[in-house]
Write a protein that binds this ligand. Structure first.
Ligand SMILES: [Zn+2]
Length: 118
């Protein structure tokens, strides 16, 4: 698994076709996922409910982002460690990054369980 291919929205098998219809990671339109790779035909929808597990990846991404924003508030902006503004800033950033997290979680989940051994 190459992280560069995940970020570039490439197929886990051939690294040529796209998984989502657009490469823009920060679009606020709902991300449309293709059923299969246009280049090699690799099936992106393994089974019903396959992407439910991507919620765990999304949770980990959001937790990491909240921790980074919280640390930035304390270390750079010198906010009090227990200030509510740290929590509010973290929540705003994670909500703003929701489209990014949604796509990255699904792509990482697909790469983890694509069954392609390199
Ligand atoms: Zn492919």
């Amino acid at each position: 698994m190459s992280l560069i291919h995940v970020v570039q929205n490439k197929c886990p098998k051939c690294h040529q076709g796209q998984v989502f219809s657009t490469n823009n990671l920060l679009t606020f339109r709902p991300a449309t996922m293709k059923e299969s790779c246009a280049h090699c035909g690799h099936n992106f929808s393994k089974e019903p409910g396959f992407y439910w597990g991507a919620m765990y990846v999304s949770y980990a991404l959001a937790t990491f982002e909240m921790a980074v924003v919280y640390a930035i508030c304390i270390l750079i902006f010198k906010f009090d460690a227990l200030a509510i503004s740290n929590l509010i800033a973290s929540i705003v950033v994670v909500l703003g990054l929701f489209p990014f997290n949604f796509r990255m979680a699904r792509l990482l989940w697909l790469y983890l369980f694509s069954g392609v051994v390199e």
